[in-house]
Write a protein of this length. Structure first.
Length: 251
């Protein structure tokens, strides 16, 4: 089998997953975007969190050209991304009980804010506790996860629950257990994960919905422009000045 054939198979698999999300999750995506727009209109702040590779779609909507300037990254040291050494430490920290409580207790999150929590499996202690504790603070929580994990794996949280059980809105990425789209007899493990492609698309669909919802209310969406186009820096400076009290990645 040629490399080109495998590339086609992966792209086809990703496209099929995106189509499935479009067909089965549009209502939930619309609700999530509307929730974010409600939060902005009511003076609240927006945050996104993900651990390990699930942090990539979260980072993709923060300080992003064409994205909402108000989306902030909720950072958990050693967990957001794979830059920590060793990289396996991040996976270990995601299973530590009580870490979410410590993070939220020192974060700017407050009642009336919205938090998007991204976790493919939704089974580890950190995302579960973060959702539980955030809601206890009066924060609205959107979970982006693969619901299939809750039916085929065991929760690693003491409650036996999953991220999906503690969210105001759940967005199901439809990713299969193990996050791989291809298999070959000559390869001992499944390969070619698609969760980042699909989850990033879900996040951008939510952001687009939020922007449109704000515009429908007569509120100019606080969008950023590319700094690589003429006038982009000036545009962004105006937006950041207007919403500076709700933007935390500049501090």
């Amino acid at each position: 089998m040629s490399d080109g054939s495998l590339a086609d198979q992966f792209l086809d698999a990703a496209i099929e997953l995106l189509k499935r999300v479009r067909d089965e999750q549009t209502e939930s995506i619309t609700a999530a975007g509307t929730l974010l727009a409600d939060t902005v209109a009511d003076g609240g702040r927006l945050f996104a969190f993900g651990a390990g590779h699930s942090s990539l779609p979260a980072q993709d909507v923060v300080y992003r050209a064409g994205g909402l300037a108000l989306m902030n990254l909720l950072v958990v040291p050693g967990v957001v991304g794979v830059d920590v050494m060793p990289a396996t430490l991040g996976s270990a920290l995601e299973r530590v009980d009580g870490l979410a409580s410590a993070v939220l207790g020192t974060s700017p999150l407050r009642a009336g804010d919205a938090l998007v929590i991204i976790s493919l499996s939704g089974r580890n202690a950190l995302p579960v506790e973060m959702a539980m504790n955030a809601r206890a603070l009066g924060v609205r929580v959107i979970g982006v996860t693969s619901v299939a994990y809750a039916t085929e794996t065991r929760s690693r949280h003491a409650s036996g629950t999953y991220l999906k059980d503690h969210c105001d809105i759940v967005l199901d990425s439809k990713i299969a257990i193990g996050d791989a789209t291809l298999a070959l007899d000559t390869v001992p493990a499944p390969f070619a994960p698609a969760s980042t492609v699909v989850t990033s698309a879900i996040m951008q669909a939510v952001m687009a919905t939020a922007a449109g919802s704000l515009a429908d209310r007569g509120i100019e969406p606080p969008l950023l422009r590319s700094g690589n186009v003429d006038g982009g820096h000036e545009w962004n400076g105006r937006v950041m000045k207007e919403y500076g009290d709700r933007i935390f990645y500049r501090q």
